[in-house]
Design a protein around this ligand. Structure first.
Ligand code: SF4
Length: 344
C-alpha cells in the first residue's frame, strides 16, 4: 500500500508526478485544508477528478452519492463540488441552505447540454398525442430545469429498476441514448423512447480496444459503463456505474481489470485497490479535468462560483429525485426535498 503522496501519485502517472511537482502539491493541499476549516466547508470529488483533488476531498463517489453525503453533513456551511455543473446543481437541490460552489465554470457537460427543458416539454406534448400514458425518466446527468420537467430521475446504477417501476408502458428516457438502449434491453415489456444525446467521452470508445485487451490478457475482467455504445457493452463482464466498478474490483478475486469509462476511474482504482492491475481503454473528459487545485483554492478564498436555482425549479427537480427514492424503496428523510424535512 503506497503511504506517501509521491508514491500514490506516481502509481497513477510517474512522468507527470515527479518529486518537485508533488512537493508543491503538498504545500497547496495544506493551504486548502486551512481554507476549508475557515469556511466550514466540505469538499466533494467525483470519481473522474484529478487524483490530487482526492487528497482534500471529504467524500469521493458518483454524482448523486456525493450530494447525498453532503446533505448528511448537517453543520457544514459550504459545499465545494469538484465535478461538473449539473452535479453541483444536484447538491444545491438537496441542500438549498448551504452555499454550493463549483470551482471552475468551464466544468459543464456536453451530455446534459443536449436536452433543454423546453425541448423536453415539446417532445412530451408531441408524444403524448400517441402515448397518453407517457412518463419522463431523466438520468441525473441533466440540468435542474430538465429534472423539473421530468417525472422521475435515475442514476446509471438504478436506471433499469426505476424505469421498470414507473407506472407507464411508454417512457421518454432523457438524455443518454446508450443508457436508454441498455434500459430497453432489460425491460422488453415497455417501450423506451430515447433522447438522442450521448456522452462524447463514452461514445468514442470502440470494441477494438476492448477486444485486443481481452486477447492480450487472459482472465482480465471487463467493466463497462452503461453510457458506452451497445457494441462495447456486449463485451462486458459487468455493466456498472463508477461506484459499482470500484466495489466490483475491490471484492473480486481477479487481479486484472479493464475499466471502460472516463480515465479518472482508473486513477482512482489504482489508488484505492493497490496490488491489482487496471488497464485502460478509457478517454479523458475535458469537463471533468477542468478543475485544478488552483481553482479549488480560489473558490474557497473568493467564495466562487455560487450555484443558484430558482425555488420553483428546485422544488420540482427535488420531487423527481424524491420519486426515484420512492420507486427504489430507499428513504432519504434528511434531504430538503418535497415531503421531506429541510436541512438545517
Ligand atoms: S464524462 Fe460525459 S457525462 Fe460525464 S461530464 Fe464528461 S461529457 Fe458529461
Amino acid at each position: 500500500m503506497p503511504d506517501t503522496l509521491l508514491q500514490k501519485l506516481r502509481a497513477v502517472d510517474p512522468d507527470y508526478y515527479d518529486a518537485a511537482r508533488v512537493g508543491m502539491i503538498e504545500v497547496q493541499l495544506e493551504r486548502i485544508r486551512r481554507l476549508k476549516r475557515g469556511r466550514n466547508a466540505v469538499l466533494l470529488a467525483h470519481n473522474y477528478q484529478r487524483p490530487e483533488i482526492f487528497e482534500v476531498a471529504d467524500f469521493t463517489g458518483d454524482s448523486l452519492g456525493l450530494s447525498l453525503s453532503a446533505a448528511d453533513v448537517k453543520d457544514a456551511d459550504v459545499i465545494v463540488f469538484c465535478g461538473v455543473h449539473f452535479m453541483a446543481e444536484t447538491a444545491k437541490i438537496v441542500s438549498p441552505r448551504k452555499t454550493v460552489l463549483l470551482p471552475n465554470l468551464a466544468a459543464g457537460c456536453s451530455l446534459a447540454d443536449t436536452a433543454t427543458a423546453t425541448a423536453v416539454e415539446d417532445r412530451v406534448t408531441q408524444l403524448k398525442k400517441t402515448y397518453p400514458d407517457l412518463m419522463v425518466v431523466s438520468y441525473v446527468n441533466t440540468t435542474a430545469e430538465v429534472k423539473a420537467v421530468s417525472d422521475v430521475c435515475c442514476t446509471s446504477s438504478n436506471a433499469v429498476s426505476v424505469t421498470r417501476a414507473v407506472p407507464a408502458k411508454h417512457v421518454l428516457f432523457v438524455p443518454d441514448q446508450n443508457l436508454a438502449r441498455h434500459v430497453a434491453h432489460h425491460i422488453p415489456e415497455k417501450t423506451i423512447i430515447a433522447w438522442d444525446g450521448y456522452c462524447y467521452v463514452h461514445h468514442q470508445i470502440t470494441p477494438d480496444a476492448v477486444e485486443s485487451m481481452r486477447r492480450e490478457i487472459p482472465g482480465i475482467k471487463i467493466l463497462v459503463h452503461p453510457e458506452c455504445r451497445d457494441d462495447v457493452l456486449k463485451l462486458a463482464d459487468a455493466a456498472l456505474s463508477t461506484t459499482g466498478m470500484i466495489e466490483y474490483a475491490r471484492q473480486s478475486s481477479a487481479t486484472d481489470f479493464l475499466a471502460v469509462t472516463e480515465c479518472g476511474i482508473s486513477d482512482m482504482l489504482q489508488i484505492g485497490a493497490p496490488g491489482k492491475h487496471f488497464y485502460r481503454a478509457c478517454k479523458i473528459c475535458r469537463f471533468m479535468k477542468a478543475i485544478s487545485l488552483d481553482d479549488v483554492e480560489a473558490a474557497l478564498e473568493k467564495m466562487q462560483f455560487r450555484i443558484e436555482i430558482a425555488e420553483s425549479v428546485r422544488e420540482r427537480a427535488g420531487r423527481a429525485i424524491q420519486r426515484m427514492f420512492e420507486l427504489t424503496g430507499a428513504t432519504r428523510d434528511n434531504l430538503a426535498l418535497p415531503d421531506s424535512a429541510p436541512d438545517e
